[in-house]
Design a binder for this molecule. Sequence first.
Ligand code: IPE
Ligand code: MG
Ligand code: MG
Length: 328
Amino acid sequence: MKSASTSSAAPRPAGGDLLAAEMAAVERRIDEAIRSRESRLSEIALYLIGAGGKRIRPLVAMSVFRACGGDDPRDMVDLGAALELIHSATLLHDDIIDAGEIRRGRASAYLRYGAADTLVAGDFLFSKAFEICGRFDETIVAWASRACIALTEGEIMQGRLRRSPTVSVDEYDEIIRRKTACLFEAGARIAARVARAQRAIVEELARCGESIGMAFQLVDDLLDVVGDSSQTGKPVGIDLRDGNPSLPIVLALPTSPVLARIWQQPEPSDEQVVLGLREIRASGVLDRVRDEAVAHTLHAAHALASLPDSPYRDFLESLIGELRDRVF
Ligand code: IPE
Ligand code: MG
Ligand code: MG
């Protein structure tokens, strides 16, 4: 394909000026990676990746790299692109699994291109990501693989607990650790290593990435109940419709027989979803969800204490602060 520029469509996160050059390089690396002799593969990849997305995983990783004193960003540009390719692959596959029809404010790739080609495009993106990772040492390949394995295990665990009437908070925690936090963790861990940080610092930053991921998913869950779909790019109530145990649902289930009944419906109607969301809001559990999210952001911020003062550490702190503010 001739021009597959993704950079114009990606909204720049607030405060991103500091890392603008690095993030623009990540965009170019993604552009390059999604070229294929089969134009349909590139088209499907570009359809999703060019539709926006916050690039939050490469952004966190690049910030960690710089905050750890990383100098030449070229390797981290490649690895940041790999993180976004992995994330994009999971979105393509997730919309097939959930029959998700809207993504990033428009028809999902699954709806537009069908399950078969969207499935292969996801495989294409995973393979491209590992083509990049394979240039690095075996530790980095192992960390990236571990995150991808956890993603698959998170997806299957979530499916196993779909519409479960007894799903627990611990099970919920494990699902989101696997399906979301692990990739953030791997990104931060890899970035700290590439920056040649000491082992103890690498571990601290891995914890930081994981906590950012946990908070991020909790916010995502919260926005599925109280969000504005014009901002999130997807309708509210998807978790309830799909039977995905989000924390608001897990906590509200024991308090609301009405919600519990809707939760068990294989295909709840739009009216039932609206009613279920109202039950969740009325149950008072959303404050606890907010508290959990805030606790993870505090963990994440705490893990930065071992780093020297720098504009990049400040930027990570502000990113974590923005995440915390999103819950209110
Ligand atoms: C959505 O991730 C899927 C989750 C793991 C919650 P993002 O919210 O990062 O999606 P984009 O890339 O910004 O669209
Ligand atoms: Mg899903
Ligand atoms: Mg989904």
